[in-house]
Design a protein around this ligand. Structure first.
Ligand SMILES: Cc1ncc(COP(=O)(O)O)c(C=O)c1O
Length: 360
């Protein structure tokens, strides 16, 4: 079409993981209860009961009016949880919105973005939309921080930590050194940090070029609400607010995300269950012959040794078990599997046993 900017015309859309419950009825949709969905890293447990209570308490007047443009109730709650000030927090419509805003704020034709690969496949899509160069620096086999990342001259460097889809973790000290060396901004994508042992909030105090991305979709079971936030020094937050939609987070989302982040007990319990199940599933998959690095996220990356990953993926899908397959370099022989409940993961393991035993 002649109407679009050239970079939009040639851009490919981000491909989200398949959402079977929303697939067209004509596609022979299986019953929700029969689906085991381990393909988009949602939390297998429901959100806190306090979230549902907050939803029930929403008044019609709150819906009639525009929301608080800054989501101050959430900022205050998130500041307390993270040991920072509300001025260090900016609410966003999912962590994805923060990534888009960061590209818009820092990058253009002459100001590239850099990140190690393989990583979250949204980064190159956003770079293309912003018409900026994406400098992709390959990880080594162990997913260590590439030394070259410090020298790219990029206006924005993104490090996903824990990294998706590897689940691996880079030490806070290494990221502090990177922040120190970079001339531009370092965005640390901590969408999965709730399942790791450490996080990088302390860097915000020491560096004026660090932005931490957080998501309410994973640790807090609110993927359907679309809520995330940034932690950074007030100078960066003030600049980012200029590219934010006036009302980027709605009244219902603010209320639910605030209730979720305040319920520490429920959050800690859920995270503990996911971590315990991660250890169990990792061991079961290793017993079946998969290569699985230790994961610090709510998913694992399993390398198939005896069968093609694409084939295993297809056969699992036929059994209504959805996991993620990326037809990308370094990922073609692997499956990314979200941590489910014990029951879901047992069904996955049984199906894998059958598939691996099939001839061919
Ligand atoms: C690495 C990474 N960053 C950020 C996000 C954004 O999450 P959300 O927009 O749901 O908060 C995701 C979502 O899957 C992700 O995998």
């Amino acid at each position: 079409m002649k109407y679009f900017r050239k970079n939009i015309e040639s851009a490919k859309s981000y491909e989200p993981g398949f959402q079977p419950s929303f697939a067209k009825a004509t596609e022979g949709r299986p019953k929700e209860a029969d689906i085991i969905k381990l393909n988009t890293n949602e939390n297998p447990y429901p959100p806190s009961p306090k979230v549902l209570k907050a939803l029930a308490e929403i008044k019609d007047e709150q819906l009639r009016r525009y929301p608080d443009p800054l989501g101050n109730a959430f900022r205050e709650a998130a500041a307390e949880v993270n040991g920072v000030q509300p001025e260090n927090i900016m609410c966003c419509n999912g962590g994805d919105e923060l990534l888009r805003m960061a590209l818009q704020a820092f990058c253009d034709e002459n100001r590239p973005v850099a990140y190690p690969v393989p990583t979250y496949s949204l980064y190159p899509v956003l770079a293309k939309l912003q018409n900026c160069r994406a400098i992709e620096i390959p990880f080594d086999k162990e997913f260590n921080l590439p030394a070259k990342l410090a020298g790219t001259g990029a206006a924005l460097t993104i490090v996903c930590n824990p990294n998706a889809p590897s689940g691996t973790f880079i030490n806070v000290e290494e990221l502090a050194s990177l922040a120190d060396e970079l001339a531009g901004v370092l965005l640390i994508d901590e969408a999965y940090v709730d399942f790791a042992e450490r996080e990088c909030t302390s860097l915000v105090k020491d560096f004026d070029n660090v932005i931490i991305l957080r998501s309410m979709s994973k640790g807090y079971s609110l993927a359907g609400v679309r809520f995330g936030y940034a932690i950074a020094q007030p100078g960066l937050i003030t600049g980012l607010l200029k590219v934010k939609d006036s009302y980027n987070v709605d009244t219902v989302a603010i209320a639910l995300a605030t209730a979720a982040i305040k319920d520490r007990e429920y959050f800690n319990e859920c995270v503990k269950k996911v971590k315990a199940e991660r250890i169990r599933l990792t061991e079961k998959l290793r017993d079946l012959g998969f290569d699985v690095p230790d994961s610090f996220a709510n998913f694992i990356l399993a390398k198939c040794k005896n069968k093609k990953a694409a084939e295993v993926h297809e056969k699992l899908t036929q059994r209504n078990i959805y996991v993620r397959y990326f037809n990308y370099p370094k990922l073609k022989d692997k499956l990314r599997i979200s941590i489910g409940t014990e029951e879901q993961d047992n069904k996955l393991i049984s199906a894998l046993k059958e598939i691996l035993a099939e001839p061919g």
